[in-house]
Design a binder for this molecule. Sequence first.
Ligand SMILES: Nc1ncnc2c1ncn2[C@@H]1O[C@H](COP(=O)(O)OP(=O)(O)OP(=O)(O)O)[C@@H](O)[C@H]1O
Ligand SMILES: [Mg+2]
Length: 380
Amino acid sequence: MILEHIKLRNFRNYESLELNFSKGINILYGENAQGKTNLLESIYVLALTKSHRSFIDHSLIKDGEISSKINGVVKKDGISASYEVLLENKKKKCFIDHDEIKKLADYISNLNIIIFYPDDLDIVKDSPKLRRRYLNTEISQLDRNYFKILNDYTRLLKMRNESLKNMSSYSGMEHPYFKAVTDYFIDKATLIYKMRMKFIKKINEYCEDIFFDVSGHHGFYVKYESNFKLEDLTLEEIKEEMKKQCRELAPQEYRSKMTLFGPHKDDISFWLKDINLRTKGSQGQQRMAILAIKLSEIIVFENYCHEKPILLLDDVFSELDDGKKNNLLSYISSDIQTIITTTEISNIENSILEKSKLIEIENGAIKKITEVEKHGRKQD
Ligand SMILES: Nc1ncnc2c1ncn2[C@@H]1O[C@H](COP(=O)(O)OP(=O)(O)OP(=O)(O)O)[C@@H](O)[C@H]1O
Ligand SMILES: [Mg+2]
């Protein structure tokens, strides 16, 4: 898929901006704090209606304004459509071809984005919550049902926790209402497990080879961490396992007044043979793990959706050594639309620069554009 055009109004430090992108590589360059990442972020928000670096939607609206609008024209399968995200103080609206899309799930599965950014490393290093968020975001882009099921699950989890909180005796665990909520909760949890396992399995088909290409080391894989071993279980078997857990944990759940099993407790881990990279990996290995996973995602996304995703690379060239940089470059050299931010164009190889559209950003506006065919002049 190709983002052909973007239009911003009151987004971060942009009052208004209109820009055409090339279908190949686009490089946003300029000094610090000019709005390069903001522009990249606007594309992420256009696709996912949330930011990759801020949990607070309100911070996306330009200071002193009350709303912000991102509009993009995206070509998929030869057909262009307009996408729009409108951010208001506490509201968010999405439109496709000017029709409002009421269900977020029906919106976010349309545009596929893979982003590389310096804080990616936190996915390996930080808390399980961040890794669940990563999984949920990626799978929601691939399958609209996932997002819907996840919402139902979260609602049922809340209801179940409320019931546990209000339970005045252990016999409450046998109450028909609590049992019904638990049954629905297990149904949704089972589907989430199945979809997460499918995603991890797909990533594992590619990430070992990619990790080897990047680092020369064999044996990299991603593992889904749950209370029980999920691999190769059928939906029915997962359900049975969950029911077993539910029975076993009942006394503990009654005491703690909280649901103690289910995919909201799970995690993923990254392994190089028998080394857990979160606890024992070097920073370089952790970065390679993320690189390998995201590069695998490019292939997984294409297989799922029969369209190449859009790649966003925020300031990653300064972070990577030459080997990894070249590996990343070999992926972006293939025909996939890529939007890169950098302060230093000199960080990027000439062979890439020659086929890139160069966009200089200054103080929330475009200062200069060099189209691909005009590169002869750029060298002056
Ligand atoms: N809601 C907002 N309203 C107005 N300005 C904002 C808002 N949010 C951020 N900014 C401004 O945007 C600028 C930062 O933009 P951005 O993060 O895109 O910089 P950058 O060009 O990527 O810089 P660097 O090279 O350091 O990464 C800052 O000057 C910041 O004050
Ligand atoms: Mg930046």
